[in-house]
Ligand binder design. Sequence first.
Ligand code: ADP
Ligand code: MG
Length: 251
Amino acid sequence: MTAGPPPRGLASRQRRATACAPAVRVAANMAELIVDHVTRQYSTRGEPLVVLRGVSLELSLGQSVAIVGPSGSGKSTLLHLIGTLDRPTSGTIRLQGEDPLALDEAALADFRNRQIGFVFQDHHLLPQLSVLENVLLPTLARGRPGPAELRRAGELLDRVGLRDRLAHRPAELSGGERQRVAVARALIRQPCLVLADEPTGNLDRTSALSVARLLLELHQDHPTMLVVVTHSQEVAALMERQLELNNGTLG
Ligand code: ADP
Ligand code: MG
């Protein structure tokens, strides 16, 4: 058992050392997310719909990127592929030196749960659960949350400004507060990769910028990779790089 008070900041040395444990260690300076010539087409009753025509992207821990582009250009499709929720028609995606899609279904689900945090436009919180329970949800795959998970949930909720709302239900929160809970939930397992699909799309400008800044701050506290799809130029500008998806290519 450990004695003494828990570490106060999320950026403590110990947490840095234990955050984002790689499934396979990759060489120093090597990109930990490699999207290589990925295409995705959907079959339709007529001609196949080609959405992504060869998208490549490399990210290292600590980097953030905004992806902008017109509605229907394939941003969500790309994020789903990077998040291992969908399979490319061709091309490869490697995360931490591993091809997650080569894993069987159970191992893939575990990999995704451990290594990838998602934030969606709609918060996707469970209405019957409290704020604290929602944040702890991703940890349930490992059984009942222990003291470490409870402490981390508390720290994250503190960090997103909702420490005094632990027992609230999502319906009792504002839109911005719900997204803050969703951000805390995405980070509870210290994933390597955080994927946010229009996370501020339903928020007013002030809440949008505050949620985006929060995502960025928490990403900077930890060595994670952050990919944010957004329609907001202001949100995009906060990220380290800005890329546009257009006609199936990213540039
Ligand atoms: P964005 O997120 O940039 O608005 P999407 O990735 O959601 O775009 O969609 C890109 C295109 O692919 C759209 O034309 C959409 O209708 C189409 N699409 C998305 N999912 C499917 C699917 N499961 N089957 C067929 N077409 C799809
Ligand atoms: Mg979309």
